[in-house]
Design a protein around this ligand. Structure first.
Ligand code: ZN
Length: 296
């Protein structure tokens, strides 16, 4: 049902932090001892993943909305300055910039970019979302297939958006390296991730999910960027994690692994302790309630 994987830095040495994910599926999570990256040590194989994505549980995670209802709900009024738009704006030309979103789903992130005068292209693997997005927002949205990278190499983009995409991939660094071929040294990357800085938004137990393989921190993601030939420009706190601004780099930066390991250990220890204290408090509260009932 599951297959083992190594850390993105290539190391297999790690400290286990959680034996199961939030729905009790036996996927174990660990901190890499070389770079401090947190990742799923084993991932569901293709068959198990297909079963999960077609299950009632998966659909219930999205509140039971149909694809069209989801796309309608996320439509932005004209010229809405979204968080992603505000981060990207200083890096784009005034008008006619070329923007690509990899993993665009229905394309809602691209609406402000189109409204403020840029050409936009969204790519995804989910046909239903692409169709609903084209029909509802009138955006240029295309399916990702074997010919996609070849086609992208013929084009240059001012901005490439990867919003909550890399955490789902077994090999996120491979996607970055492939996209780098459609980039100039001036291409800006906007990369949103549910980093461990956001554990407090989800809670320690709920943060670790079968849907995500990688749990970057601000340090471990900078290391992954450097290994893929990129350098970090800015980091922003956004909904559900951090958004990184990066570009291609010709120097090979080496970030310190020790700093990343120490940081990940402290963040995990803090949130794990908070989670345990809350559980104990809840049990004590319930026991007090039972005691009161018996005393009556
Ligand atoms: Zn590592």
């Amino acid at each position: 049902m599951t297959e083992p994987i190594s850390c993105l830095c290539g190391s297999k040495r790690s400290i286990p932090i959680k034996p199961r994910e939030r729905f009790e599926i036996p996927i174990a999570f660990a901190i890499c001892l070389r770079c401090g990256h947190i990742y799923a040590k084993n991932i569901l194989n293709q068959r198990a993943l297909d079963d999960f994505y077609s299950s009632k549980l998966y659909r219930s995670l999205y509140g039971g909305l149909s694809v069209q209802e989801h796309v309608d709900k996320l439509n932005f009024p004209e010229k809405t300055e979204t968080a992603l738009w505000r981060i990207a704006k200083p890096f784009l030309p005034e008008k006619n910039g070329a923007v690509l979103e990899w993993g665009s789903s229905g394309g809602w992130n691209l609406i402000p970019f189109r409204d403020f005068g840029h050409s936009v292209l969204g790519l995804d693997v989910n046909v239903s979302y692409l169709e609903a997005g084209r029909k509802t927002y009138g955006l240029d949205l295309e399916i990702i297939d074997e010919s996609t990278f070849k086609a992208l190499e013929q084009r240059q983009f001012d901005l490439i958006i990867l919003n909550h995409v890399l955490e789902h991939l077994t090999e996120p660094q491979e996607l970055l390296r492939k996209l780098a071929r459609s980039s100039s040294p001036n291409t800006i990357y906007l990369i949103g991730l549910p980093t461990i800085e956001a554990i407090k938004d989800y809670g320690f137990h709920n943060y670790f999910t079968v849907a995500h393989i990688h749990y970057f921190s601000k340090f471990s993601f900078e290391s992954a960027l450097n290994r893929s030939g990129f350098s970090l420009i800015e980091t922003h706190r956004t909904h559900g994690g951090l958004t990184f601004v990066a570009k291609l780099s010709d120097s090979s930066n080496k970030s310190s692994g020790f700093r990343g390991v120490l940081y990940a250990l402290l963040v995990v220890a803090f949130h794990y302790t908070k989670y345990k204290i809350r559980r104990i408090a809840r049990i004590l509260f319930e026991l007090t309630g039972i005691y009161r009932i018996f005393r009556k």
